[in-house]
Design a protein around this ligand. Structure first.
Ligand code: SF4
Length: 383
């Protein structure tokens, strides 16, 4: 049967690159040996041109002709994995990046002070934490390993990145294979110190089983948020049922295996988890643990629609109460740090920038619908 022009074009269009295996297959087809693969990967992961090599050395001295000839097309394919859609600098030296992937889906990455980067691992999230904008959308799709790594590449084209925290949109434990592949790549060819890769999770037994077996073992951040099991189940409705006590025990085991302390995350919500009863229980649970507590005062923004129930919105405790909490815990030997979500002045916490961009797209579509009255509006997201 004779192909039509259209089917021929489809037949020869290269497959999009999503995983390391796809990239390896492309390099293999260019007859790249492991040494050439390493060079090309390191150049890409450092945000450089794929043919960049040792200083003062011509490309022909370290890459064979077949690889050199294939680099422009490979470079184009890698650039298509993800692109920066917009940049939003904050007052605190952070920059929120809205990143658009090949299928048009958007995720957020945040350049943080001190050469750190926060990356997203899913579009949306299934955990549905009540105080999180990303959780409102539900899970839309997984982010592939190359899409995770591409966020680092894009960021490194803007400024150095020496630390990567997996704390953007999504629950890394729900996309474990892709996240572990990205961590392995960043901790080897990407040149990032293993303890500077921070895997953040609400807690999942598979994580505690698999992380210790990896050749690149990242540091661990666990979302605790409260010492009360029932309140935790309410705040994190679809997180695995692990009690705060068990979470700290599992965390402690990993901390002792790796030699890095566990970072416990505590989104501070006025009148909900900022009481004396919580502080006293923290003292009991943290006693003798290799751990630190990151207190993240909730970022109240108007119009987020994040409600504690009965029409009452979540609120940030006042500055005086935050100071008291830190002082109380510190003086009783719990290492406590206040972390404000970066770039609060540019659309606040994780997922809000994307939500706003999607909202804007939806508004444009709605306007188009009103203007044309014939063309149906395309939903901006599947949420
Ligand atoms: S806080 Fe994290 S785990 Fe919870 S819904 Fe948001 S992205 Fe998901």
């Amino acid at each position: 049967m004779k192909c039509t022009d259209a089917t021929q074009v489809l037949a020869f269009r290269p497959m999009p690159l999503l995983t390391l295996a796809d990239l390896d297959q492309r390099l293999h087809s260019l007859k790249a040996l492991p040494i050439h693969r390493g060079r090309v990967l390191r150049a890409w992961l450092n945000g450089k041109a794929l043919g960049a090599g040792p200083r003062h050395q011509a490309q022909e001295n370290f890459l064979p002709l077949s690889v050199r000839n294939g680099l422009p097309a490979l470079s184009e394919a890698l650039d298509a994995v993800a692109q920066i859609h917009s940049q939003h600098p904050g007052a605190d030296d952070s920059v929120r990046l809205l990143v658009k992937m090949a299928d048009g889906q958007m995720i957020e990455s945040v350049l943080l002070p001190r050469d750190a980067l926060c990356v997203s691992t899913q579009v949306g999230c299934a955990v549905g934490c009540r105080f999180c904008m990303t959780g409102k959308s539900g899970l839309i799709r997984q982010v592939s390993s190359l899409e995770i790594v591409a966020q680092v590449v894009l960021a490194r084209r803007l400024r150095p990145v020496k630390k990567v925290v997996f704390m953007g949109m999504g629950e890394p434990a729900h996309n474990l294979d892709n996240v572990l592949e990205a961590i392995d790549l960043l901790g080897t060819e990407g040149g990032i110190g293993h303890k500077n890769l921070v895997f953040s999770t609400v807690g999942d037994r598979r994580v505690f089983e698999l992380l210790p077996q990896q050749r690149v073992r990242p540091a661990l951040a666990l979302s605790l948020h409260t010492t009360k099991s029932d309140l935790r189940e309410h705040l994190l409705p679809r997180a695995p049922k692990i009690s705060p006590q068990e979470l700290l025990e599992l965390g402690e085991e990993y901390a002792r295996k790796t030699g890095y302390p566990i970072q416990y995350q505590w989104t501070l919500l006025k009148g909900i988890n900022d009481g004396q009863d919580e502080l006293d229980e923290i003292l009991r649970l943290f006693k003798g643990k290799y751990a630190l507590l990151n207190v993240i005062p909730f970022n109240s923004l108007e119009g987020t629609g994040l409600e504690a129930g009965n029409g009452v919105s979540y609120e940030r405790p006042d500055a005086e109460r935050i100071r008291e909490i830190v002082k109380y815990l510190h003086s009783r030997y719990v290492l406590t740090k206040v972390r404000n979500s970066a770039g609060q002045d540019v659309d606040g916490g994780c997922g809000q920038l994307r939500a706003r961009a999607e909202g804007a797209a939806q508004r444009v579509d709605m306007r188009r619908l009103r203007d044309t009255r014939t063309v149906p509006a395309t939903p901006a997201s599947s949420s």
